[in-house]
Design a protein. Structure first.
Length: 99
């Protein structure tokens, strides 16, 4: 039986290529996973933005309803008992036009 010599240089070269391949594959898998995660996060964020925009529109409508002059006047008259002032109760102030 003939015994072959172990070529350490050849084993080192092969091990280096295998290690480089494993590193590259690991990086590729990590990169793809992160890309998918970012895509999912982006989709969730865009959906949340749409929800918030709808909420904002609803709040704008509610604000407009609450600030409606007819509603404010009815609350002032019915709940607070306010009335229009009489003519003699109105005080006019002279505007200073000397400036």
């Amino acid at each position: 039986m003939v015994r072959r010599k172990v070529d350490l240089k050849g084993i080192a070269v092969v091990a280096t290529f295998v290690l480089a391949g494993v590193v590259l594959l690991t990086f590729y898998v990590w990169y793809q996973t992160e890309s998918v995660k970012l895509g999912l996060d982006l989709g969730r964020s865009e959906a949340r933005i749409r929800e918030l925009e709808i909420d904002i529109e609803g709040l704008k409508l509610r604000k407009a309803d609450l600030l409606d002059p007819r509603r404010v006047e009815s609350i002032a008259r019915e709940k607070l008992g306010l009335v229009d002032p009489k003519d003699e109760e109105i005080v006019y102030e002279k505007k200073d036009t000397s400036r």
